[in-house]
Design a protein around this ligand. Structure first.
Ligand code: CA
Length: 232
């Protein structure tokens, strides 16, 4: 299996160096950028398997980079944020970041998050495909193994989190889940987000899946409780 490539966009060289050292030790290929423009160029052209993106950068900031990358790619984006920037987490998720890690962080935690976000998805390599496991729901077809979704035959670009949330709900049609339950089961034990994360991700999913995201036919709100998936 090819080494996974992580792009580190971080202007503090001492932080970038120690991350790079640890990722190489874990067998990752690493590319680095120290300012926003270079980070964006390498994110768009370097075909990384995951982007570690600092928020505060000279030139373009991490949010602007995230937004621009998301216009063309579903590559996992893990944002690095200082504690005082925590209030900006929701903004980052709106723009399509998959996960956050707050500075200062331990290297074991960082490596674990990177591995979790890359998972078995390999955006650049189709050699190792799982067999298809396609479920049809109205005009959606969801391949649960290959992480592919089509609407009226056209592929949709979902981020890993968006796909996993959809998959989780669709596998248990009509069952209502609370936001807390979704946060814990889809985002995982070590995710420190709040429940607005779930709402933001549902909104992004609806914008991609639904004909009219204000009148959803697939991902339904159970007022005061949470969300469920319905076959239209
Ligand atoms: Ca910085």
């Amino acid at each position: 299996m090819d080494a996974k490539k992580v792009l580190i966009v971080e202007d503090e060289k001492s932080i970038s160096d120690i991350i790079q050292f640890n990722l190489k030790k874990e067998g990752f290929e690493v590319e680095t950028a120290y300012d926003g423009e270079d980070g964006l160029a390498k994110a768009l052209n370097g075909k990384p398997d995951l982007i570690l993106l600092d928020v505060m950068l000279p030139g373009l900031d991490g949010f602007e980079i995230c937004k621009k990358v998301r216009e063309v790619s579903a590559v996992p984006i893990l944002m690095l944020t200082a504690k005082e920037e925590e209030v900006d987490k929701v903004l980052g998720l709106e723009l399509g970041a998959d996960d956050y890690i707050t500075k200062p962080f331990g290297m074991r935690e960082l490596v674990a998050r990177i591995k979790a976000n890359i998972r078995r998805i390999d955006l650049n390599d189709s050699d190792k495909e799982e067999p298809a496991n396609v479920h049809e729901f109205g005009n959606l077809s969801i391949d649960m193994n290959r992480y592919e979704i089509r609407k009226n035959g056209q592929p949709l670009a979902l981020t890993l989190r968006e796909f996993e949330l959809l998959q989780y709900l669709a596998e248990k049609e009509n069952k209502v889940f609370s936001r807390e339950q979704l946060l814990s089961d889809v985002w995982g034990y070590d995710y420190f987000g709040d429940i607005r994360t779930v709402d933001v991700t549902v909104r992004r999913l609806r914008e991609k899946l639904e004909d009219d995201s204000s009148d959803p036919k697939y991902i339904m709100t159970k007022r005061g409780i949470g969300y469920y998936f319905r076959r239209p």
